[in-house]
Design a protein around this ligand. Structure first.
Ligand SMILES: [Zn+2]
Length: 297
């Protein structure tokens, strides 16, 4: 269904001729829906890092559906997961635990995004402010999945994601941490980086004589992560916060940022964690013949 162009001059609409096309690269009408699939490495496309290793690929695979009214709408990010089971885990016994954890993670991301809107300024249309929603589906096969999940029944430790698309969900290691861990890990499936790091510490000279006192301090400068905004949204650079000497790796110092992609248990969702959606929606609209300004507000 199309229509819903700007009402007339002086109403705050985006300058331009009202578009009358439909899907297929012909210039979407203002309320036309649009969809696309994402398969992109977040590093250098969504963010860059300085001062620490942040270069491992984090491929974001998902689908995006844009549904619009004259001035509002919804942008839905949907990720398809496929599970395989190892080390005593089975689909029958553990499938619901995993899908429930993923579902909760998506609910958490939707909640985090509720403080913001995705703003589309398409020429000839009224500006639209869309609600951002995250959801998940279960893929029938591994090849049809965005993210392949190995459900491990016995290994301990937290779950993890390699390359953005291969998750290991450790049933025995999660316990009460499952909800936050899964939320953090799904962030990686969106191509987002960790906001923590470990760097070689600077020895304190002379070494302290108090038993148990730290012998290293934070190196400078602190590592930074720059989140890339969809033009004209400005990039945002965060500086990781010095935290403490690593308890596990002698000589290393830990940096950690108080967000869901950083400090364990933190549930802060800065706007920049959603910039990638504006980047991808901008690409989808351009492919439909409707280059638009898309930002997170
Ligand atoms: Zn992580």
């Amino acid at each position: 269904m199309c229509g819903c162009n700007a009402d007339g001059p002086g109403d705050g609409g985006v300058p331009g001729s009202p578009p009358g096309g439909t899907t297929g690269g012909t210039g979407l009408c203002c309320a036309c829906p649009a969809s696309g699939t994402v398969d992109r490495d977040g590093h250098r496309n969504y963010y860059t890092t300085t001062g620490y290793a942040g270069s491992r690929p984090k491929t974001n695979k998902c689908s995006i559906d844009i549904v619009r009214t004259a001035r509002a709408g919804t942008v839905t990010v949907s990720t398809a997961f496929h599970m395989t089971y190892i080390n005593t885990a089975t689909a029958a016994a553990d499938g619901s635990t995993v899908t429930s954890a993923i579902s909760t993670a998506m609910t958490n991301w939707t909640g985090g995004a509720s403080a913001y809107k995705l703003k589309i300024e398409q020429p000839g249309c009224d500006p639209q402010e869309l609600t951002i929603v995250f959801t998940s589906t279960t893929a029938a096969s591994a090849s049809a999945a965005d993210v392949q999940v190995t459900v491990d029944g016995t290994s301990t430790g937290p779950s993890s994601v390699r390359n953005g698309t291969r998750m290991t969900f450790k049933l025995a290691g999660e316990g009460s941490s499952a909800s936050w861990n899964m939320t953090h890990e799904t962030g990686h499936t969106f191509g987002l980086p960790d906001e923590y790091s470990e760097l070689t510490g600077v020895p304190i000279v002379p070494a302290p004589t108090t038993p148990g006192a730290p012998t290293i301090t934070a190196p400078t400068p602190a590592p930074t992560t720059t989140y890339i905004g969809a033009p004209p949204q400005a990039n945002v650079t965060i500086t990781q916060q010095p935290w403490q000497p690593s308890p596990r790796t002698p000589g290393m110092y830990m940096f950690d940022n108080p967000t869901v992609m950083g400090k364990y248990g933190n549930t802060t969702y800065p706007a920049y964690l959603f910039y990638w959606i504006a980047i991808e929606v901008s690409a989808i609209l351009a492919a439909e013949g409707s280059p638009s300004v898309v930002t997170i507000i």
